[in-house]
Design a protein around this ligand. Structure first.
Ligand SMILES: [Fe+2]
Ligand SMILES: [Fe+2]
Length: 369
């Protein structure tokens, strides 16, 4: 729902499936009730042990949905409208107390558990959750770790996965040290370090975008790892080609364009569990109109993670000084992304990205290394 607009078939299918599951449950239990209490998920009177520490119970609780009750008369339309309200509460960006709709008469009741009138405004709940910390950080260690990781991959052809995950964890911490999300982005010092700084920046931007559209913490991290590894195949591209000031020759371009497939292969041989990162490495230069590379013989939709990474990748690449062109201003890059929405970029993802960058403009921390 966070990715597609309300008429999109993928979204409709997901809502259909979810609604069918509810109707199935209602065959045995016409008025199902759920409570989300911290780590506890309660169905009726029954505490669901399998769902202990279920991330969504905590997220729903934090968003003020601690109790949820369905009437036997619930319709598909009501259900979708309810999901939309949940989404609005979960998407930090969409939270605006003035816009909170009063729930009209519906077959679905939900809300916080507590005395009426004592409920805190949503903004307070969200902000109180995030601890205060200093914004003075450097990404020195993370950059060093990524550089080392690329070296390992280049020499041994194996990816040190634990380090990659540790880097993403620490980026995620750096992003959440303050009340509102921060975007620490590295400024390029040496052209040779482009792949390092670029990988870190794409990871941060991808996590920010994933969080902005309402994905859960685990998915956000998985997307962050995929963002970090998207250009891994570049360890196989000679630096002279990567940093060439002029136009690439046909042969050079062919070498360059092998990096998605090389990256995917490197990731898969290192760890089969990283199939999402491998898919993203393979797909991150494919445009939604089928352009880009690798060339697809049969058009198909890319994974949403690839679609997110693609926008973040282009943004960071254009924002950076390269031997063949100067860095663009953020506003110019955002215009460019807006213009190419629908041909190169998935329009809704592009729109969300532009909206996020405008909204969080003051939260971008340019970090020099
Ligand atoms: Fe790439
Ligand atoms: Fe890239």
């Amino acid at each position: 729902m966070a990715l597609y607009n309300d008429k999109h078939p993928a979204r409709q299918r997901a809502v259909d499936r979810s609604f069918e599951a509810l109707r199935d449950l209602q065959k045995d239990d016409p008025k199902p009730q759920f409570s989300f209490l911290g780590e506890e998920t309660v169905y009726g009177q029954l505490s669901l042990r399998d769902l202990r520490e279920w991330e969504w119970a905590m997220r729903l609780g934090d968003a003020g949905i601690q109790r949820l009750e369905f009437e036997p008369t619930v319709t598909r339309d009501e259900y979708e409208e309810f999901l939309e309200q949940v989404l609005a509460r979960l998407t930090l960006a969409a939270i605006d107390t003035s816009e909170q709709r009063t729930t009209r008469q519906s077959s679905i009741k939900f809300g916080a558990i507590g005395v009426r009138g004592e409920q805190k405004p949503l903004n307070d709940i969200v902000e109180a959750k995030v601890p205060m910390a200093t914004i003075n950080f450097s990404l020195e260690e993370e950059a060093a770790a990524v550089q080392w990781m690329h070296g390992e991959v280049g020499e041994r052809g194996m990816l040190p996965l634990a380090e990659a995950e540790a880097v993403v964890r620490s980026l995620s911490l750096a992003m959440h040290g303050e009340q509102r999300m921060l975007m620490p982005l590295l400024e390029l010092r040496e052209f040779d370090e482009y792949t390092t700084t670029h990988s870190l920046n794409v990871s941060v931007l991808t996590m920010a975008l994933a969080e902005y559209i309402g994905l859960g913490a685990r998915e956000v991290r998985t997307f962050g790892v995929a963002g970090l590894l998207h250009d891994l195949g570049k360890v196989r591209v000679p630096t002279e080609i990567l940093n060439k000031a002029g136009k690439l020759t046909d042969e050079e371009r062919a070498v360059m364009q092998r990096h998605p497939a090389d990256g995917a292969r490197l990731i898969l041989t290192s760890d089969r569990e990283l199939d999402l990162a491998a898919a993203v490495a393979y797909e991150h230069h494919i445009m939604i109109d089928g352009g880009g590379y690798p060339h697809c013989h049969f058009r198909r939709a890319c994974h949403p993670a690839s679609v997110l990474v693609h926008v973040c990748d282009v943004y960071d690449a254009l924002r950076t000084n390269r031997p063949y062109r100067g860095a663009w201003e953020s506003a110019r890059v955002l215009d460019y992304i807006g213009e190419r929405a629908g041909t190169e970029f998935e329009p809704q993802v592009a729109a969300k990205f532009v909206q996020m960058m405008k909204e969080l403009d003051d939260r971008v921390q340019r970090v020099e290394r």
